[in-house]
Design a protein around this ligand. Structure first.
Ligand SMILES: *[C@@H]1O[C@H](CO)[C@@H](O)[C@H](O)[C@H]1NC(C)=O
Ligand SMILES: *[C@@H]1O[C@H](CO)[C@@H](O)[C@H](O)[C@H]1NC(C)=O
Ligand SMILES: *[C@@H]1O[C@H](CO)[C@@H](O)[C@H](O)[C@H]1NC(C)=O
Length: 389
């Protein structure tokens, strides 16, 4: 998550952030590569492909485009997508931006590197080969790969920036108030613009899921602490915007409760409450699908053990499975983050190489299978995916 959280953000620099993300691609099914690629569609609180509900067992590998630029590292893209497909995972969330950094897509304001666009095309083509759809993040709140910081820098160099400080938005009280009222309009404007260019892909705004100060007390009490409502993002209000097709939520108990040293039971209890609360929002208030686009445990936390990641994965995936069985709004979850071997410089304290963690690998596969059984029926899942399920 340090490596470049997919939260997104505004040119102006917004608190917890706003990610515009595309749901790319047509249906490739669960290992059933179809000649015609179909778009994922939304109807009410569910996603559909080809008229059948679509539930996502996904993962994050932010580095695919970067690794596709040069021939010597390109094999990692194939290995990762192949591995995901073998685990029955259906969507990979990855960065389709890189502003002003090494292997930049946007080299300077409005200037793009064709070589990197080709790398991104290569990633999209490779994903299709393996039956994987992509959730493409278009900007980042954090510094790696550009995003907010780079836009602020460019604006400043052009003499357009309000302040050279990246974060003046977060501590200047008058700007914060101004920005809170501006935020909703900002998302509406940007989302409307993306939709005017492309009506077919689904769009989300990459929020942590924190409830804003106007939320009812029972929702506010779900936030990890009071600071979470003060960041300038408001899950319900921001996700309600008409051009936003599905809501996004993250789950990072280690960071949100840093200093408190929650034990595993306390973390699981919190995570379960958080996931259920947002699915309830999707079902009752938003009437839109809800995706948990990043979740993970840090290996830096006290008493960390690899089995803790299994426990969190099980808690999150079980709740999503229950929602899917009832055709509820819980549309899917994306582990942060999967890598292949030999990528230490792309790792962070949340990363793992799936085949090095057999118990988690098995659990992810089993979750893929039970979701496929809902989508296609038990018989299909047994027949078509007999190697896997
Ligand atoms: C969406 O779902 C409703 C209720 O199930 C159904 O009547 C409608 O035809 C669906 N719309 C589309 C475009 O599939
Ligand atoms: C903005 O953030 C970048 C990256 O962290 C940093 O190098 C730069 O000094 C920051 N700018 C200011 C004015 O603080
Ligand atoms: C956490 O994981 C990273 C990436 O695999 C590794 O480099 C680091 O040494 C680990 N830290 C601890 C405390 O185990």
């Amino acid at each position: 998550m340090k490596a470049g959280n997919g939260l997104l953000c505004s040119i102006l620099g917004l608190a917890s952030c706003v990610a515009f993300i595309y749901m790319s691609f047509g249906d490739l099914g669960f290992h059933a590569i179809e000649p015609k690629v179909r778009f994922v569609e939304r109807n009410g609180s569910q996603l559909f492909v080809d008229g059948k509900p679509f539930y996502v067992n996904g993962w994050n590998s932010y580095w695919l485009m970067d690794q596709a630029v040069e021939a010597h590292s390109r094999h990692r893209v194939r290995t990762m997508l192949q591995t995901g497909a073998k685990m029955g995972l259906t969507v990979c969330r990855t960065w389709a931006f890189n502003d002003g950094a090494y292997h930049a897509l946007q080299v300077s304001l409005g200037q793009f590197d064709e070589r990197v666009f080709k790398a991104l095309d290569g990633v999209i083509a490779e994903a299709r080969t393996h039956g994987i759809r992509l959730l493409l993040s278009l900007a980042n709140n954090l510094q790696p790969f550009g995003g907010k910081t780079q836009y602020v820098k460019w604006a400043w160099e052009e003499g357009l920036g309000l302040s050279s400080s990246n974060d003046s938005f977060f501590y200047d009280p008058s700007i914060r108030i101004y920005f809170k009222t501006y935020l909703k309009d900002w998302i509406e404007e940007m989302a409307g613009y993306v939709k005017s260019l492309d009506k077919k892909h689904l769009l989300t705004v990459g929020l942590e899921g924190f409830y804003g100060p106007t939320s009812p007390p029972e929702k506010l009490s779900m936030n990890p602490a009071e600071w979470a409502s003060q960041l300038g993002a408001d899950f319900i209000r921001n996700s309600k915007i008409a051009a936003i097709d599905f809501a996004s939520v993250h789950i990072y108990p280690d960071q949100w409760f840093s200093g408190k040293d929650l034990d595993l039971d306390e973390k699981i209890k919190y995570v379960s409450k958080w996931v259920k609360s947002h699915i309830e929002d999707g079902d009752k208030e938003l009437k839109k699908p809800v995706m948990f686009t990043e979740f993970g445990l840090s290996n830096k936390s006290k008493n960390f053990d690899h089995s803790h990641r299994d426990t969190v994965y099980k808690a999150v995936s079980d709740i999503l499975y229950e929602s899917s069985r009832k055709h509820g709004s819980g549309a899917g979850a994306f582990v942060w983050q999967l890598l292949v071997g030999g990528m230490e410089e792309y790792n962070d304290d949340f990363g793992l190489v799936p085949w090095e963690r057999p118990s988690l690998y098995k659990m992810m596969k089993e979750h893929s299978c039970r979701l496929a059984a809902i989508r296609y029926g038990q018989g299909w899942a047994r027949k078509k995916s007999k190697d896997m399920c």
